[in-house]
Design a binder for this molecule. Structure first.
Ligand code: ZN
Length: 277
């Protein structure tokens, strides 16, 4: 499943190439996605210019010069591919094709169809039901140790569930939650209410560190057409606990082993020794 770093990578990859371009033509498939595509979608975006591209949680927001925003979610298996009029490569499971005046073509491909393409009024996005419950961005200033500690106060949930709760902070997926808790030496099963300020400080710092690192490593993979399983190959090599059950802890001073448990139906990996607190 594409996580925040992959979505950010897609945005960085397409931004420089389609920014300020005008939409010449749009084709949609008749296949159902997670939500039905907005009525008159093609008509409303025709001849409009792309004025900015941004991200909110795992949504890609393509803002047009008519106060409309094309909202794309990659779901489980979605991706965006840029090709050109000259080659116009064909891909199975293409649900939307947008032709730009500069000869570029953007295709939204999603075999499992859990993704979506919507058209919203740019000014209404924050109040829309897809967005109005979302917590702050993990890489933004609002996500800080004080905020995290306040969010943990009196919470019976585990700290891992808290950092994966989209209404508290968006975009910390299962892999990144396990990895940041390991770096912070915090047991994923720890009750959120019992977390102290120093631990919040470490955790916030490590979540940002890991997401930034994953974005950095993903930066060159934008043209890799086979990237469908969500995680960018480069960051995969840097995982310290995720899917390493039974292996020795990588910290030299630690002789623990990596364990796997299930929290909220998700596999969770941690070190038996250096994540006792
Ligand atoms: Zn360890």
């Amino acid at each position: 499943m594409p996580e925040l770093p992959e979505v950010e990578t897609v945005i960085r990859g397409i931004s420089s190439r389609i920014l300020s371009q005008t939409i010449n033509k749009c084709e949609l498939s008749s296949k159902k996605l997670r939500y039905p595509i907005t009525i008159n979608f093609k008509k409303i975006i025709l001849s409009k210019k792309i004025i900015s591209i941004s991200r909110r949680a795992k949504y890609i927001l393509i803002n047009l010069n008519n106060n409309k925003t094309i909202v794309i979610h990659l779901g489980m298996s979605g991706r965006i591919i840029l090709t050109s009029n000259n080659e116009n490569l064909k891909f199975k499971h293409t649900h939307m094709t947008i032709y730009f005046t500069n000869n570029l073509i953007a295709k939204f491909i999603d075999p499992r169809r859990f993704g979506c393409v919507l058209l919203l009024n740019t000014n209404d996005i924050t109040d829309n039901k897809l967005f109005n419950h979302l917590g702050p961005e993990p890489l933004g200033r609002l996500f800080n140790p004080t905020y995290l500690q306040r969010s943990c106060k009196n919470k019976k949930a585990t700290i891992k569930s808290i950092i994966m709760n989209q209404s508290i902070v968006v975009g910390v997926g299962n892999i990144y939650a396990s990895e940041s808790l390991f770096l912070s030496g915090i047991n994923p099963q720890k009750k959120a209410a019992n977390i102290n300020f120093e631990q919040c400080l470490k955790l916030v710092r490590n979540i940002k560190l890991i997401l930034n690192r994953a974005i950095k490593l993903g930066g060159s993979s934008i043209n890799d057409y086979s990237m469908v399983n969500g995680m960018l190959g480069y960051f995969q090599n840097e995982l310290k606990v995720y899917e390493r059950e039974g292996e020795n802890c990588i910290k030299k001073t630690c002789n623990g082993r990596i364990l796997r448990i299930v929290i909220a139906q998700r596999s969770t990996y941690y070190c038996s020794q250096c994540q006792k607190n």
